[in-house]
Design a protein around this ligand. Structure first.
Ligand SMILES: *Cc1c(COP(=O)(O)O)cnc(C)c1O
Length: 385
């Protein structure tokens, strides 16, 4: 992979800037379409729970092949209303991997239940064995988190859950369209949630999310919790909250969803380039390649690798204009000083190790092949290979 261009003669070595994520491009990519949608929705005065929201939910339903879809205010509150819909609350425990966003654990706390953290496996996703070791008679559910757009291996998780009579609930915030054995992330558990935060694979212009389920009873509870406890007739049938997605955002998201297959394909293409360009470097442990195994179809929300001398590599890339960042600033949930986990002396060796090695290199729709090759070249340069 050595470039024929001498380093000191290569102008791109000094001029290139590859941000980790380009927020402005989210809008400019389809700017004309978005302006048209903005005017259309605005002129109709269709702001809350209108046709655009229903249309988006229908489209998401067929995309995911799931029975019920409720768009939500954001991915965090989608988890909260999902847990409430299952009646999970004070006295209950939910097992969550420590390698996740704080929101996964926070949602459990917010419904009054106790989040119990477990370790990750070789795939950097929830470890079924570790999850099983945390089960008590208070455990109501295990929450696999499909981090980086890879669906957790669901078979071993369901084996554990069924054996102990606990539910599976999925945080699929990062995994829209990712599949395991042909089935979409988010559709395995009692419910699954997604986030449309701008930097997520399907991002809107603010906060947004969704919750999905194949269970009619759970769907009814979710419907009530999302909109002030109101049923189909608008009558209050129980407690609820406001967790609705803005109709305007739904209209934008529906448009983006139509192009989403291109996005998944491009992300997988970039992952393949990283794999081909970096796969031989002994100091790196890469995420699974797009064609690594039959069971998984990954959509690469992030490309999170494990790197020897991670901090050095990150600095080197920064100096080369490359925005490589640590996921969640490199802090796993059990490591937050302000939260009770840090005093629980948890033994989570794989998560602990990964927190010192993990680094996310740019993975987004604005990158050109040249950008990817430049990043690969700089990483190779750093390790002198
Ligand atoms: C982004 C994210 C969330 C929260 O989603 P928001 O829409 O930002 O509330 C939850 N879990 C994971 C794993 C995430 O990446």
């Amino acid at each position: 992979m050595t470039s024929p261009v001498k380093k000191d003669l290569d102008p791109t070595a000094y001029t290139r800037k590859i941000p980790f994520f380009n927020y402005g491009e989210l809008f400019t990519r389809f700017e004309d379409d978005f302006m048209r949608i903005f005017q259309d929705v605005g002129r109709r005065g269709a702001f809350i729970m209108q046709k655009d929201m229903e249309d988006f939910e229908e489209a998401l339903k067929s995309f995911l092949d799931v029975k019920h879809v409720f768009s939500c205010a954001d991915g965090t509150n989608a988890l909260v209303i999902g847990l409430r819909a299952l009646g999970i609350g004070p006295g209950d425990e939910v097992i969550v991997p420590s390698h996740t966003y704080i929101a996964s654990a926070a949602s459990v706390h917010l419904v009054g239940a106790t989040p119990v953290l477990c370790d990750i496996g070789a795939d950097n996703l929830i470890c079924p064995k570790s999850a099983e070791s945390k089960i008590t008679n208070k455990t109501k559910a295990i929450m696999p988190v499909n981090v980086n757009g890879r669906t957790c291996a669901m078979d071993p998780l369901f084996e554990v859950a069924n054996k102990h009579g606990v539910m599976i609930v999925e945080d699929a915030a990062q995994a829209l369209g990712s599949r395991y054995k042909g089935q979409c992330a988010g559709t395995f558990g009692k419910f699954g949630t997604f986030s449309f935060y701008p930097a997520k694979v399907l991002g809107c212009f603010g906060d947004g999310g969704a919750i999905v389920t194949n269970d009619d009873d759970v769907a009814r509870e979710i419907m009530l919790w999302r909109d002030h406890g109101r049923n189909e007739d608008g009558a209050v049938a129980g407690w609820g909250t406001n967790c609705r997605l803005d109709n305007m955002q739904a209209a934008f998201l529906h448009h983006k969803l139509k192009h989403y297959h291109e996005d998944m394909a491009r992300r997988r293409e970039i992952a393949k380039m990283y794999q081909d360009g970096l796969g031989d470097i002994a100091q790196l442990r890469l995420p699974p390649a797009p064609d690594a195994d039959q069971d998984h179809y990954d959509i690469y929300q992030n490309y999170e690798l494990a790197a020897q001398d991670r901090d050095g590599l990150q600095d080197y890339l920064r100096d080369a204009g490359i925005g490589a960042i640590q996921q969640w600033a490199g802090v796993m949930v059990h490591q937050f000083e302000a939260l009770p986990f840090s005093k629980q002396n948890l033994d989570l060796p794989a998560t602990e190790k990964f927190s010192k090695e993990e680094l996310m290199v740019p993975m987004n729709m604005t990158m050109s092949d040249d950008d990817v090759n430049y990043i690969i070249a700089k990483i190779r340069e750093y390790y002198k290979v």
